[in-house]
Design a protein around this ligand. Structure first.
Ligand code: C2E
Ligand code: MG
Ligand code: MG
Ligand code: MG
Length: 283
């Protein structure tokens, strides 16, 4: 259709498309090299259990430390990694690193911290996720109950049967499962019931305007009530203010995660957080 606009425009579109393709190819190659050269790092963000104001778990979030550009967020390369298949290597790296780290913390006598790892549905399609998880748990010695896997609601809805089968296997191992970014994927109540999961993570878009007390507060209240009636625990993501925290507490939300408690940090910094987790900090 660009042709109808005249030769120059067509040329413009073609060049643009090629530039994009070249850029993507370069990025893909750099990411592949980066993985091989150990440029990936795992950051940890605490989740606070509201029943006793304690940090009881950590979400593992990948970062890419590029020599020139510095720290790159997953939002800038996970999509590409999924399209190119590199997500397999990235996912395996993060899983292994996070399990080693949680096992280290346990050995240091810090706490029995649950660690959660994001997984992409592409890892599940390959069909060997369960055996990889079993292998990594064996290798690291981390008890399965201390590992949680998060899958976004939209990805789970794209592959219902496949997801349910794999989730059943993982649960048999004793691993915990969570639906991430819940509320954005248009799933119905009956769907939620079909997935054998332990946690629902309310998407941060609903938490953002909570203090206003409007629609998002009503949605959040409904998600918590519904999840609890299905005997699922609820985590709220993106908690940045005390007002949001107070509302979530008043609604019996189980855990909160967000900048109010801490940004995602490197493992050494996370240990400091744990050590100084004087309950007064979050009262
Ligand atoms: P997610 O799993 O929903 O993770 C939560 C994201 O929200 C993280 O962004 C976190 O830094 C950010 N966040 C946490 N608290 C707050 C807050 O109070 N305010 C705001 N504005 N943001 C907050 P991050 O680390 O950039 O990760 C983005 C997404 O990338 C993740 O969303 C997850 O879907 C994906 N991702 C990260 N690591 C991995 C990984 O190892 N594998 C896969 N497949 N995906 C990953
Ligand atoms: Mg997550
Ligand atoms: Mg999320
Ligand atoms: Mg997300």
């Amino acid at each position: 259709h660009a042709k109808h606009l005249g030769g120059n425009t067509f040329q413009f579109f073609t060049d643009n498309l090629q530039a994009c393709t070249v850029e993507r190819l370069q990025l893909e190659n750099q990411l592949r090299k980066g993985i091989e050269q150990g440029q990936l790092e795992v950051f940890y963000q605490p989740k606070l259990c509201l029943a006793d104001d304690s940090i009881n778990s950590a979400e593992a979030l990948v970062r890419w430390r590029r020599p020139e550009q510095g720290l790159v967020s997953p939002g800038d390369f996970i999509g590409l990694a999924e399209e190119t298949g590199l997500i397999g290597a990235i996912g395996e790296f993060v899983l292994r690193k996070a399990c080693q780290q949680a096992r280290d913390w346990q050995r240091q006598g810090l706490a029995d911290l649950r660690v959660s790892v994001n997984i992409s549905v592409h890892q599940l399609r390959k069909g060997n996720l369960t055996s990889l998880v079993r292998q990594v748990l064996d290798e690291t010695g981390l008890p399965a109950r201390l590992l949680e896997l998060e899958l976004t609601e939209s990805q789970l809805l794209d592959n219902v049967e496949n997801v349910i089968t794999t989730f059943r296997q993982l649960r048999e191992l004793g691993v915990k499962l969570a639906i991430d970014d819940f509320g954005t994927g248009y799933s119905s109540l009956s769907y939620l019931k079909r997935f054998p999961v332990d946690y629902v993570k309310i998407d941060q878009t609903f938490i953002r305007d909570l203090s206003v007390g409007g629609e998002d507060a009503a949605i959040t209240r409904a998600i918590i009530a519904m999840a609890h009636s299905l005997e699922l625990k609820v985590v709220a993501e993106g908690v940045e203010t005390q007002a949001q925290m107070d509302f979530l507490k008043s609604q019996q939300c189980d855990e909160v995660q967000g900048y109010l408690i801490s940004r995602p940090v490197e493992a050494q910094v996370f240990v400091e957080l744990l050590k100084e987790q004087a309950a007064t900090l979050w009262r």
